[in-house]
Design a protein around this ligand. Structure first.
Ligand code: NAD
Length: 497
């Protein structure tokens, strides 16, 4: 066991009156002790960021982008050890940990195009002798607060565009698995980023509140559960900061009677149970349309759920590993008990699964519910575990209405062979990210990522061009040089008529 540190001004820094244990979910044992930053440590990080930012913003954007290229090279070289670190602390399989890192690096790749993305507009001769142009300028210091479930991807989704735009960044990663983001920040500095441009403070609510209240922090990005997303959004906005806060999910997959059932079941099993269901884009609700479709789905799905291979992160044949913590494991099991109480039919019960030789690990097997209704809490609330609910719909319209009535609207999928049904669905569904015969429609780095309704608070999405808008502000200049005033002063408001 060892003690972790923050990363401030390009150096490891201790500090904080409180500590938290960091676990290895597959054994259930403590692997490190992490300090929890208080107001003093957060202030130090923000102050380092504030001091480093003007110099960073003054470096020309191509040189800044080259540091990202170097970072990509270093991170690529360290992929194996980063994945091991991430998998050990989070519990997801090594292959999935690589995916977590890779999806983060893809946003860094996108940010290499910052010199292009930061270009403004220019209008020559907008009026007699008048040119108008706009530029995108950094905000100063931006902060990011991230969840436990993607400890590489989400920190990079925030840090890379924020820094590429010329800001300095303070990351407050999840205190449950902070080692991968700490290493990524170190690698950025090794790649040539000036110290202070990327800082990491480990902490909980106290550190988050200190970031939200610090006047030097001009923008806050948050990803986590919806109640906290809403809280962070409200508190940040109340202090005049920009905020984009992404929350929880309950993603549906609608299976039409004409769908290829084998393909739908293959897609569903991975999307529902991969990473033990601890993904904001996991499918947690299947909606077969028509009784025949429902019966065929349950008949094919149940044996697949029963034979899921739960294993260690290091086992290449494992479908998924342990959950993040004992408390979360108990919470998920409590939801399963609640579903039974509420009258849903528990077709597969994975609660008693024990991993031989790892009895203290945070493992559970896959659970499958049938006959779930919209009134049940197991349907309304996010469970964030390996639990899939089946809600039977009698028609396409009923399935669509069900999806549209849910509070969460992160991702959704439809499985069908009918192009017209798919087209109607993509047009009318009230959800931010839609898959057609694709179960986890996570947009690529050059598109933007974000849900609707209670899955997101704020307007601009993560990564893609939205991120470059979020982390910059626009200045528009109207200019005329002295020769243009020969005709004398005007007292009438200028128009371009
Ligand atoms: P969480 O809300 O518990 O924690 C997220 C962050 O908020 C952490 O850094 C944590 O330290 C901090 N935090 C916790 N309590 C706080 C409080 N009271 N005040 C201020 N800050 C606080 O979420 P989690 O369990 O780490 O992550 C899982 C959640 O994240 C799920 O709900 C999942 O759907 C969501 N998620 C959403 C997306 C998305 O893009 N919409 C992506 C990934 C995860």
């Amino acid at each position: 066991m060892f003690e972790l540190t923050h990363f401030i001004g390009g150096e490891r820094a201790s500090g904080g009156a409180r500590f938290v244990d960091v676990f290895e979910p597959m054994t259930g044992s403590v692997i490190a002790r992490a300090p929890l930053a208080g107001a003093r440590e957060v202030r130090a990080a923000v102050e380092n960021a504030r001091a480093a930012q003007p110099g960073w913003a003054a470096m020309n954007p191509q040189r800044r982008a080259r540091i990202f290229m170097k970072f990509l090279e270093l991170a690529g070289r360290e992929m194996d050890s980063l994945a091991q670190l991430l998998a050990r602390e989070h519990g997801k399989t090594l292959a999935d940990a690589r995916g977590d890192i890779q999806r983060g690096l893809e946003v860094v790749e996108f940010c290499v195009a910052a010199p292009h993305l930061l270009k403004g507009g220019f209008t020559d001769s907008a009026g007699p002798g008048i040119d108008v142009y706009s530029m995108r300028q950094p905000l100063g210091v931006a902060a990011g607060i991230t969840p436990f479930n993607f400890p590489a991807m989400i920190p990079l989704w925030m840090a890379a565009p924020a820094i590429a735009c010329g800001n300095a960044f303070v990351l407050k990663p999840s205190e449950r698995d902070p080692q991968t983001p700490l290493r990524l920040a170190e690698l950025m500095i090794e790649a040539g980023l000036p110290p202070g441009v990327f800082n990491v403070v480990i902490g909980d609510k106290e550190a988050v509140d200190a970031l939200l209240d610090d006047p030097e922090v001009k923008a806050v990005a948050f990803v986590g559960s919806s109640a906290i997303a809403e809280y962070v959004y409200a508190r940040a906005c109340a202090q005049g900061k920009r905020a984009q806060c992404f929350g929880a999910a309950k993603n549906h997959m609608v299976i039409m009677p004409d769908a290829d059932m084998g393909q739908a079941v293959d897609a569903l099993i991975g999307a529902a149970y991969g990473s033990a269901g601890e993904r904001c884009m996991a499918i947690s609700v299947a909606v077969p349309v028509g009784e025949e479709t429902a019966q065929a789905l349950i008949d094919q799905l149940a044996p697949r759920v029963e034979s899921l291979k739960i294993g260690l992160s290091t086992d290449p044949s494992a479908d998924f590993g342990p959950l993040i913590s004992r408390a979360h494991l108990e919470r998920v099991k409590t939801y399963v008990a609640l579903g039974v109480e509420e009258g849903a039919r528990l077709v597969v019960d994975g609660r008693d699964f024990r991993m031989q030789g790892y009895e203290d690990g945070f493992f559970m097997g896959g659970c499958l519910f049938d006959a779930v209704t919209p009134q049940m809490r197991i349907y309304k609330e996010e469970i964030f575990g390996p639990v899939l609910s089946v809600l039977r719909a009698q028609s396409y319209e009923e399935a669509l209405a069900l999806v549209n009535a849910h509070d969460y609207a992160n991702g959704v999928a439809i499985f069908t062979r009918d192009g017209d049904a798919a087209r109607d669905f993509t047009s009318r569904v009230q959800v931010g990210m839609v898959g057609v015969n694709v179960p986890i429609p996570t947009p690529l780095a050059y598109y933007t990522f974000g849900g609707w309704k209670r899955s997101a608070f704020g307007d601009l999405n993560q990564h893609g061009e939205d991120a470059f808008r979020f982390y910059t502000r626009t200045k528009t200049v109207t200019s005329r040089w002295p020769s243009g005033v020969k005709e004398g002063a005007s007292f009438v408001i200028p128009t371009m008529s």
